[in-house]
Design a protein around this ligand. Structure first.
Ligand code: SF4
Length: 326
């Protein structure tokens, strides 16, 4: 049974780690939360988009990246961010700048509302004049800066000071909804995001979960292509239902092989291990050991899953036996 019962009513739980029902507000995170966290952090650290602001913990540089990316695609922000931080490398430099120059930069780089440039300029002045050149380190303190709302404050606290709360944006909601059946409810999303985040690791965690939503769990999910690290726990992957709060109807994608991979993972989650034919009959009604969708087909599917690190295959008494890799 999961240790994450949101109702506080133990009778309402089932034995499933994934018991969930939005109606009675019962949802759970997997019991092996540490493994879930580690899988995501490993995936993120193994390969992520290398934006220059992810290589710094300078709060000013991070604030500039956050303000710029509010309205502009991340890929396009890179050049503007590099130019901006080269021209005004510190809050002191920006505070000394002429506001017209800062606004002019914003306009010439198509960075959206000019107000954001004015606020950024003003925030730099505040840091210099009101905070003696030292950024506040907490989400609350950062919100005192001009134009810095709760989301940006939390992002800067996380990425500069490793001192933020769990980010809950559209991507994070989509991931939580699909993977752990968290209902479409802001309080539930806040709870789930915060329970998922490892204590004191907001910098890597918020980057990682946003990357998961941005690269793998997109509106049209790329579970296998992106090597999603949560496939073995993900409810949507097992059921094939990839709707989400911002994806009201099933996204159109080529799904049959993915669908069966999901069924294999979902089925193996219920059993310690299964022999080839038993598994085959459980995942498709037209399974016939020697037929088109038989052992050869299933071996291919399992071998891909084994290559992806999701499944372990063994031979016992001459029979192939599959289990989830834990
Ligand atoms: S397995 Fe797919 S649906 Fe589930 S969290 Fe990963 S990318 Fe999203």
């Amino acid at each position: 049974m999961s240790e994450r019962d949101r109702t506080g009513d133990s009778d309402s739980n089932s034995d499933s780690d994934f018991d969930s029902s939005p109606d009675d507000e019962t949802w759970t995170l997997p019991a092996d939360l540490e493994a879930v966290r580690e899988a995501l952090v490993d995936w993120y650290e193994g390969d992520h988009r290398d934006f220059p602001w992810r290589r710094t913990d300078d709060p000013y540089e991070i604030l500039v990246s956050e303000v710029m990316s509010q309205q502009t695609q991340l890929g396009r922000v890179v050049d503007a961010w590099e130019e901006f931080t080269e021209r005004w490398p510190t809050t002191a430099a920006l505070a000394d700048a002429d506001r017209a120059d800062v606004v002019g930069f914003w306009t010439s780089h198509s960075l959206g509302y000019n107000n954001r440039a004015k606020y950024l300029h003003e925030a730099a002045r505040q840091v210099e004049e009101e905070f003696d050149g030292v950024f506040p380190r907490t989400p609350d303190g950062l919100q005192e800066l001009m134009g810095v709302g709760p989301y940006t404050a939390n992002a800067v606290a996380s990425f500069a000071f490793n001192n933020g709360d769990a980010v809950v944006d559209t991507n994070v909601k989509r991931v939580c909804y699909r993977a752990f059946d968290v209902p479409d409810d802001d309080a539930a999303f806040e709870d789930a995001a915060s329970d998922l985040m490892p204590e004191g690791r907001s910098r890597v965690w918020n980057n990682a979960i946003m990357e998961l939503g941005g690269i793998a769990c997109q509106q049209t999910p790329r579970c296998d292509e992106a090597g999603c690290p949560w496939r073995e726990w993900c409810s949507a992957y097992a059921s094939g239902d990839f709707t989400a709060p911002d994806v009201p109807t099933q996204p159109a994608f080529e799904g049959s092989r993915r669908q069966f991979r999901g069924r294999v993972v979902g089925t193996l989650r219920e059993y310690d291990d299964l022999e080839l034919d038993t598994l085959g009959h459980r995942i498709r009604v037209d399974y016939a050991p020697d037929g088109e969708y038989g052992r050869e087909w299933l071996r291919g599917l399992l071998s891909d899953l084994a290559d992806d690190g999701l499944v372990t295959l063994e031979t016992r008494d001459g029979e192939t036996v599959a289990s989830l890799r834990r």
